[in-house]
Design a protein. Structure first.
Lengths: 280, 284
């Protein structure tokens, strides 16, 4: 096992409010490690701590207890912060809050420029990044003329141009329409295929089903951790955690309950359609 | 209240080289007691259309009538009618601003000049209708609530003004499954309790298939389909050409049918699909 990120028994609480009420721990004794090159989906209901956890992965937040190592570097080490952020890039939910420049390609170049990369190389990186997210033909467009999905792709290209090993995305598809969402998932799968580690925080179980591994958080702790087939094999537990089952898993369950011979471990539509057609 | 949209045009950059029709010849009627879902690809004109329904945008051509009166007239009557049409924007929780939930919900009725007592009653009723206990959350800061709760408070703020038409722009976007479920059941509750017209913009075909009495489909500024969900979603090819997906249940059954399964793909929900498969393959 070659982990890119190791989370070692971390806890974190946000500061107390004006009323002096002590908030509960947003993260409470979490330990996990992320394999280099893997595609990990993180899910959990609101307030489960998944976004807080994500912000620990590139030192936007520092744990109050425990430590986070990125390629062996402690996120608390101030000298390493920029190196950590170069390796682990973050993409957030709202596409409108992430673009800093009025022209798409300038926006993509922004992060790389801040790293002090020579301009010729920046040009190459920006071009490659725009192509990787399918936005090259839009490079001269004004950012305000892009759709939400296109803006998210520009935000991802900006991260790519910085040459990260790992991209953390916090509900990147929440504000997108179905087509924008599907396009973005395809891009993430392609980037993962090229060796980037992808950590995707999402409420959409159909998206989580496409990961190698699903982590479910609950009240700042790890509630479930396994392959999609393992995680979806326990519908009761998922319901307890206030999560939905993917359409396919729920339908397969209903058919099994009615006595139809549907094999276990089905998570994709194509598999279930095939199983249904093979019924006698 | 009955809303009639008659031959509505809205043109951006009129007279310039890049003039575009955001809405083109849109006509439709909305009636009391209906739950209507408006779907369409990004940029199809959904939001532009609903902004015309309460006078936020004015038509370049055509009319919006509420009970027969043009809402864009400058009469007190038209103004009163506009107030009966409540619009809840996307991510309405960003518009909460008061110190307490109760004050925030009271803001609308207070502006309408109601007495403190009446405002309080309307705020309490509205909070209950969105599934929140006024005694429990009334004195809390709206910012101390979860995303889904904040959104319900924002909806309560509009309900407190007693709308006869309630328009919601993607009310479930970005919520977790529990929050989404709560919002949808709150919308159904509003429909039952108040018997008003509800118009809902949504990208989620599963939700639309589940709750809509009627579905409107916009494409490139025109209203292209209008009918019950079963009819609209049966127009697969037309929807695909517009970049819209069928509800997951219908899509799945198409896949089974394509694989040779003798099932009907005319289903809307997961339960429909399960029933149809069991009908065909069960007990044989």
């Amino acid at each position: 096992m070659d982990p890119i990120i190791e989370i070692e028994n971390i806890s974190f609480a946000y500061e107390e409010g004006e009323d002096g009420e002590k908030p509960e721990k947003a993260i409470d004794g979490l330990t996990l490690s992320i394999e280099r090159g893997s595609f990990v989906a993180v899910t959990g209901s609101n307030g489960s701590g998944k976004s807080t956890m994500a912000k620990h992965l590139n030192a936007l937040l520092l744990p109050s207890e425990g430590r986070v190592l990125v390629d062996g570097m402690d996120t608390k080490d101030e000298d390493k912060v920029w190196e950590i952020r170069r390796r682990v890039g973050m993409v957030f939910q709202n596409p409108d809050n992430q673009l800093v420049s009025s022209v798409a390609e300038d926006d993509v170049a922004f992060g790389a420029e801040n790293l002090g990369i020579p301009s010729e190389e920046i040009r190459q990186r920006v071009e490659a990044a725009l192509k990787a997210v399918g936005m090259y033909e839009y490079r001269k467009k004004g950012a305000h003329l892009l759709s939400g999905g296109q803006k998210q792709r520009i935000a991802i290209a900006g991260i790519l141009a910085m040459g990260p090993e790992c991209i953390v995305l916090d509900e990147p598809t929440a504000m997108l329409d179905p087509r924008g969402r599907a396009d973005l998932m395809d891009i993430l799968k392609a980037l993962n295929g090229q060796g980037k580690t992808i950590i995707l925080i999402t409420h959409f179980m159909e998206e989580a089903a496409r990961a190698d591994r699903i982590i479910v958080m609950d009240r700042g702790k790890l509630a479930l951790d396994g392959t999609p087939v393992q995680v979806f094999s326990d519908p009761e537990r998922l319901r307890e955690l206030k999560l939905e089952l993917p359409f396919t898993v729920e339908l397969a369950g209903k058919l099994r309950d009615a006595g139809l011979d549907i094999p276990q471990g089905i998570i994709f539509e194509e598999e279930l359609a095939k199983a249904v057609c093979e019924l006698k | 209240m009955r809303i009639e949209v008659k031959d509505l045009d809205h043109i951006y950059n009129a007279g310039l080289a890049y003039e575009t029709y955001a809405l083109k010849h849109v006509s439709l009627t909305l009636d009391r007691g209906e739950l209507v879902c408006l779907i369409g690809h990004t940029g199809s004109g959904k939001t532009t259309l609903v902004q015309h329904l309460n006078g936020l945008l004015k038509p370049d051509k055509g009319q919006v009538l509420a009970d027969g009166v043009d809402i864009n007239e400058k009469s007190p009557e038209a103004r009163a009618l506009r107030r009966k049409i409540g619009l809840v924007f996307q991510y309405p929780e960003y518009q909460l601003f008061e110190e307490t939930v109760f004050k925030d919900v009271c803001f609308g009725p207070k502006n309408m000049g109601l007495s403190e007592e009446e405002c309080a009653k309307k705020a309490n009723d509205s909070l209950k209708l969105v599934g929140m206990d006024p005694d429990e959350v009334g004195d809390k800061s709206p910012f101390a609530l979860s995303g889904g709760q904040k959104r319900r408070v924002a909806i309560a703020g509009i309900l407190a003004m007693d709308p006869e038409v309630l328009i919601l722009d993607e009310p479930a976007a970005g919520l977790d499954p529990a929050g989404k479920k709560a919002i949808l059941s709150c919308i159904k509750g509003i429909k039952e309790e108040r018997n008003i017209c509800i118009l809902l913009i949504s990208h989620n075909m599963e939700d639309v298939a589940e709750i809509a009495d009627r579905v409107l489909v916009m494409d490139k500024g025109s209203l292209v389909l209008d009918g019950p969900p079963g009819e609209v979603f049966a127009r697969r090819q037309a929807l695909r050409d517009m970049g819209l997906a069928a509800p997951p249940a219908a899509r799945f059954m198409e896949m089974v049918a394509a694989g040779g399964g003798p099932v009907s793909a005319n289903v809307l929900t997961l339960d429909d699909a399960a029933r149809e498969i069991i009908r065909v393959y069960g007990k044989r």
